[in-house]
Design a protein around this ligand. Sequence first.
Ligand SMILES: [Zn+2]
Length: 148
Amino acid sequence: MTQQASQGDPAETGPRPIVPYLRLPDENGGDAYLVGKKCPECGAIYLDSRIGCAKCSFVGDLPEVRLGTEGSLHTWTIVHMSRPGVPVPFVAGIVDMKDGISVPANIEGVEPDPAKLKFGMPLRLVTDKAFTDAQGRDVIRYAFRPAG
Ligand SMILES: [Zn+2]
């Protein structure tokens, strides 16, 4: 006999992030943010889980650190073809965070036009619902938009 999850428990029924390095606001509110794994020896930050540091060869647990919500556009491309159901064109980019890490993200709030995209343009993190999963939970994705 399996134990059923309690109905209404936000950890079981509420929105969930689409990637493990996105944190959503809890019942106390606040803003969504990204997290990284930071090497305690050299300070290198990674988005994914690791058993050690590729930069300094430290082996062990890399503690989680909260990343900021602001960055700048490192590079980008305009995607004209994607899987069925994904509206195109859209802008896929790499965002340099102020924490010294770069993250992949869609760039929204700006036309997918090379004349509108500037290297180094300031960006801020945003989130919205990507889809509803098979369990009926909202799956939340992140993107970046021009700041200010
Ligand atoms: Zn290191």
